[in-house]
Structure formats: C-alpha cells, structure tokens
Write a protein that binds this ligand. Structure first.
Ligand SMILES: Cc1cc2nc3c(=O)[nH]c(=O)nc-3n(C[C@H](O)[C@H](O)[C@H](O)COP(=O)(O)OP(=O)(O)OC[C@H]3O[C@@H](n4cnc5c(N)ncnc54)[C@H](O)[C@@H]3O)c2cc1C
Length: 357
C-alpha cells in the first residue's frame, strides 16, 4: 500500500510509526530540512486538561509510542491581577520542543525504521492523492483543510515567546491571566532547567503589531526582569473540522483541528489523530469513530472558552482564589473529575450569577 504523509510533525511522525507497525512504509514530505521546531521551548501536558486520560505518558505508551518527558510538573503557580494560588501534586509533564535529540519530534523520529522522509519537499495534497493510495495531511496548520471546505474557525491567537535566563524551579509551571495584557489568553513560564526557561504569551484576537504592545505590557505589569536571549512570534488558529477524511485524504494534528481552543494544547490530540489515521488506513477502521473522544474533548474546550471569555479581571481574582479552596482544589486536581467537560457549564452558572464579573 502506498501512503504519503505531508509534514514530519507530531501527527505525521506518529502516523508513520503506526503504519510501520502494520508493515506499511510511508513516504513523508517535509518542507524543512530538519525534524523539530525552529525555536526551542518547553511544552506542557496537564492532567487536569487531559482527563479522562489519567497519565499522558502511559497513554502514549498505549498508542505504541514511548516518550521521555523533560520533567514532571509538581507545582503550578497561578497569578490573576491581584491574587496568587499555588497548586501542588502530580500535575503533568514538561516536554522539550525543538531540534535536540530529547525534544518530542526527534524522539518519535528516532523510532521510525522503514519510513522514507523527503526533506525540502513541499507536499501538494491534490497531486499526491493521485499518486498514492492514501494521503495524510499533517501540516500543523489549516491551509489545506480550509481549501477543502472542512474548517470552521473558532479562535485566532497571536503567540509571542522568548527564551529567558533567571532562577527557576524545573518542576514548576507559572501561569498569568490578566485581560490588560493577554485579553482572553494567558502567559506561561516553563523551565528547561534551573537557569533557562521559555516564557510564552498567548493573546486572543490581536494582530502581530498589537502583540508586541501586549508583550511589553505584560513585562511591565508583572515587573519581569529575566534576561531575554531569543524571541519568536507566530499565529495560532483553532477550529472545528468535519469531516476528518475526504476520499483518500486524512487530516491529522492541527490540520484536523487538534489544537484546543482554550489553552492551545495539541500534543495529545495530534498524536492520537496521527496514530488513528494509521490504524484506519491499515485496518480499514472508521477514522471518525476512532478519534471521536478527542474531538468531543475539544468541543467541551470550546464551551469552556466561550464561558471563560466573559470573565472580567475581578472574576479572574475570584476564580484563582476559588481553585485554591481545599475542597475545590481536591476535586479539581486530585480526583478523576472531568474538568474540561464540566467547567464550561460551571463557569456559565457563575457568569449568570455575576460571581465572576
Ligand atoms: C509555541 C508553541 C507552544 C505550544 N505549547 C504546547 C503545549 O504546551 N502543550 C501542547 O499540548 N501543545 C502545545 N503546542 C501545540 C502543539 O505543538 C501542536 O498542536 C502540535 O505540534 C501539532 O502537531 P502537528 O503534527 O499538527 O504539526 P507540527 O508538529 O507543527 O508539524 C507540522 C510539520 O509539517 C510541515 N509542513 C507544513 N506544511 C507542509 C507542506 N505543505 N509540505 C511539507 N511539509 C509541511 C512543517 O514544516 C512541520 O514539520 C504549542 C505550539 C506552539 C507553536
């Protein structure tokens, strides 16, 4: 069977890995001449967001892909304009992103044995769909999905990130929410180690120029004094995709709407859609059914996002205080309560009662 994959990203590489397990050797078309991201950063995988999946490392292992995280996350510090809450426990994992051998994509790439990768090759889905039995679109963006009329846009955000030097706890994630400098988005700090971290601001519905203003506003408001050694900027689009397969063309990863519309997390869904597309191609299984749980999770995230957008800075203070109250903290962080599924509704009630305004 001839399978072409467009993009050697998380979803494309995961798809190739799954196909290989069935004896199929795909060809990956990758426009860059390397595997990984141009900019080093540290990504997060949070248990509170992934439920009902309890542990992402174990989940990836069940998908057949064993990954080594950079570190465990055992503390999250949440800042709102006037409040601070510290949560501790087994909260998730940090993953290295970039080109280094311990970064996520190089780790998956290293496991491939019979996949051919054509570097510096732009994959054109229309042409490839005639030359191959199946084409898997894993481009990390919605360009082809939109062209084929399968994309409905949800939220567009601008991301500005930096590598910063300072003193950090490698097991602690710091998150700031404040309408004044990130609108309905957030800023987070994820450490590589004690000295180096990535600092990323995600701001909703702004253009590139405005993003610089919001970034400076954040640094000023929070009195951030880290030494900035590198900066990057990019746009994130989230949206709903249907169908996820048209004729012999599969969408995976961000091209399949994997990136969530609340935090912009997409690792788990990208890996899932990649593996499930491989399974569907190899075994003739229904792709929509195989990925329906993860698609549903993003629909819940969308509801969550809509309720979250209505919260004011005063509401953020109340929210951050509320998640630190012992009984609520235990429910949110120490049980299997599906926060994503229920929080949209709960925030909706709070919104109606003016609690979070
Ligand atoms: C700064 C940043 C921070 C993030 N942090 C987190 C996080 O903390 N947690 C989390 O879960 N998610 C995070 N994400 C999201 C996550 O990285 C993505 O959801 C995931 O990488 C998407 O995987 P993918 O396979 O769809 O695309 P990618 O991994 O982006 O790979 C796409 C590949 O396709 C190639 N390509 C594109 N077009 C073509 C073409 N026409 N022909 C050939 N090759 C092509 C690209 O060069 C690239 O190699 C973050 C994303 C960014 C940008």
């Amino acid at each position: 069977m001839k399978v072409a994959i467009i993009g050697a990203g998380i979803s494309g590489l995961s798809c190739a890995h799954e196909l290989e397990s069935y004896g199929i050797s795909p060809v990956i078309y990758e426009k860059n001449d390397f595997i990984g991201e141009v900019h080093d950063h540290v990504g997060g995988d949070l248990k509170i967001i992934s439920r009902p999946i309890k542990d992402s490392i174990q989940y990836y292992k069940r998908l057949g892909i064993q990954l080594k995280p950079l570190n465990k996350i055992n503390t999250i510090i949440h800042y709102s304009p006037n409040k601070k809450t510290i949560i501790q426990g087994s909260l998730g994992y940090f993953f290295r992103r970039g080109k280094e051998s311990d970064a996520m994509k190089p780790q998956i790439y290293e496991k491939l044995k019979n996949t051919k990768i054509k570097f510096n090759s732009f994959g054109d889905y229309e042409k490839l769909s005639k030359d191959y039995d199946y084409v898997v679109v894993g481009t990390g963006n919605s360009n082809f999905t939109e062209e084929m009329g399968c994309w409905q846009e949800w939220v567009t955000t601008y991301v500005k990130g930096a590598i910063v030097l300072g003193d950090f706890d490698p097991y602690t994630l710091i998150v700031w929410i404040n309408k004044d400098y990130c609108k309905n988005g957030y800023v987070y700090l994820t450490p590589f180690n004690e000295r180096r971290a990535s600092l990323v601001a995600i701001t909703t519905e702004v253009n590139e120029k405005e993003m610089d203003w919001y970034w400076e506003a954040f640094l000023y408001a929070e009195n951030i004094k880290y030494t900035i050694v590198e900066e990057f900027k990019l746009q994130h689009k989230t949206g709903f995709v249907y169908p996820h397969k048209v004729d012999n063309i599969y969408f995976v990863g961000n091209a399949a709407g994997s990136i969530d519309p609340f935090l912009g997390f997409g690792i788990m869904n990208s890996m899932t859609t990649g593996v499930m597309a491989g399974k569907s191609i190899a075994c003739g299984k229904n792709y929509e059914k195989l990925i329906q749980n993860r698609v549903q999770q993003n629909l819940y995230m969308h509801e969550f996002r809509k309720s979250f957008n209505k919260i004011s800075n005063k509401g953020y203070d109340k929210l951050i205080t509320t998640i630190g109250i012992p009984g609520i903290k235990n429910l949110l962080y120490d049980t299997d309560f599906n926060v994503v599924k229920n929080m949209g509704k709960i925030l909706g009630i709070f919104n109606k009662s003016d609690y979070l305004k």
